[in-house]
Design a binder for this molecule. Structure first.
Ligand SMILES: Cc1ncc(COP(=O)(O)O)c(C=O)c1O
Length: 396
């Protein structure tokens, strides 16, 4: 194992802000109205157009989109919801918000996706589960459709299971030539600071179902029966509104939407830039195949948003994952872990004791997973520096 020294500082994620962000924020500041209004609505329209969704609802985080989506699908106390253990805690906590219970599933090794085969065997073991959250891990869509044979959607239809898609990583992504967000009852995106496009904090829910849209739109703002900002922007005096349900305060302020409008203009450029980074890693680290497992990609590269580039250190690697991360940090390179699986987190471990044997691929991944820096406009010398250091750390 070679010694490393810091010659550069490369963060895990760097947010590109090179477009119209300041211009649109300035428009909001000068409008005299800082929370939700026309910019949020414009972002909804742009986003719906982009992913070919009939309806889109802007909210203040990916987590709130997931919460609203599950609520609108009808999840309630005592319901059970399938989801992968290999995800961020937000995917599971929203199930608990509604007093329902998570049923953790394994994922395919390499892609970290739930497959039709995994789902089919889970349905056999738990025939009472009526909901599924699919996570499009890293920006690669799971097999929602398939030209030949079983898909997640066809299995769910057959077994009367409603699907919510956690597409926090998956904008812009496609599956079988359909944009993620264009076909589902509830697809939830995140615009958190390190995501493929950002609003600082923010999220979006898309749906093909008008009823779900109306429910989500009402519940995101206190359960009030119409958009409250009309009260401030309408010419007609109209103060009156009704409360139909005890909703939430999940609306997206216009300042955040302004950033999103600038970011969405660059979404495809950002995606291409991320793809270039992934291609660089695949080419320049290929000699490390005995010590590193690379991501398993089932879709054309252009259909992948490339939010993450996660590798797994194999048992033959000369260092553990944690030592690897420490060495990379010594060299000035940021990395991250996606994820420590939820069944290993104190709360879920205590509340839903699980047999790790049923989550074999998840466990195998957890032994060595590490995500490498990937963001738009990484410089060639940064990529070279990262690969040189990885080779140094993993040299036997
Ligand atoms: C898979 C997944 N789901 C949900 C979320 C929650 O999104 P947000 O941070 O916008 O609430 C994240 C964010 O990191 C995520 O990675």
């Amino acid at each position: 194992m070679g010694e490393v020294s810091r010659k550069m500082t490369i963060p895990f994620a760097r947010v590109p802000m090179a477009g119209n962000e300041l211009k649109y924020i300035d428009e909001v500041l000068k409008s005299g109205w800082l929370t939700t209004a026309s910019k949020a609505r414009e972002l909804e329209e742009r986003f719906a157009d982009y992913v070919h969704a009939p309806y889109a609802c802007a909210v203040n985080s990916g987590t709130s989109a997931l919460h609203l989506g599950l609520e609108a699908l009808g999840v309630g106390p005592g319901d059970k919801v399938f989801l992968p253990s290999m995800t961020f805690t937000a995917t599971a906590e929203v199930i608990r918000y509604l007093q329902a219970d998570p049923v953790f599933l394994d994922v395919e090794y390499g892609s970290n996706l739930i497959t039709p085969e995994i789902l089919e065997s889970a349905i056999r073991m738990h025939p009472d589960v009526r909901y599924l959250i699919v996570v499009h891990y890293g920006g690669q869509a799971a097999q929602m459709f398939s030209k030949d044979g079983k898909s997640i959607t066809s299995l769910c239809k057959e077994h009367d299971i409603k699907i919510l898609e956690d597409a926090a990583h998956a904008f812009p992504s496609k599956i079988e030539d359909k944009m993620v967000g264009s076909y589902g009852d509830a697809t939830c995106f995140s615009f958190y600071a390190n995501k493929t496009i950002t609003t600082g904090e923010g999220g979006m829910l898309t749906t093909v179902d008008e009823e779900i849209f109306n429910r989500v739109r009402m519940m995101r703002l206190h359960g009030i029966d119409r958009d409250i900002w009309n009260r401030y922007t309408d010419n007609k005096p109209s103060w009156e509104y009704d409360v139909k349900a005890p909703g939430y305060k999940y609306n997206m302020p216009d300042i955040n939407a302004a950033i999103g409008l600038a970011q969405i203009e660059k979404a495809e450029e950002f995606r291409r830039e991320r793809q270039k980074v992934a291609e660089y890693y695949l080419k320049h680290l290929s000699s490390l195949q005995h010590v590193l497992d690379f991501p398993l990609i089932h879709v054309p590269f252009e259909h992948h948003s490339w939010h993450l580039f996660t590798v797994v250190l194999t048992q033959k690697a000369p260092v553990s994952r944690n030592q690897f991360i420490e060495r990379m940090a010594e060299a000035g390179i940021g990395t991250s872990v996606h994820y420590k699986p939820l069944h290993r987190m104190t709360y879920y471990q205590r509340t839903y004791p699980l047999v790790a044997e049923n989550l074999r691929n998840t466990e195998k991944t957890w032994n060595g997973n590490v995500s490498l820096p990937i963001f738009p406009f990484m410089k060639e010398e940064e990529l070279e520096y990262i690969c040189t250091n990885i080779k140094l750390i993993l040299s036997l």
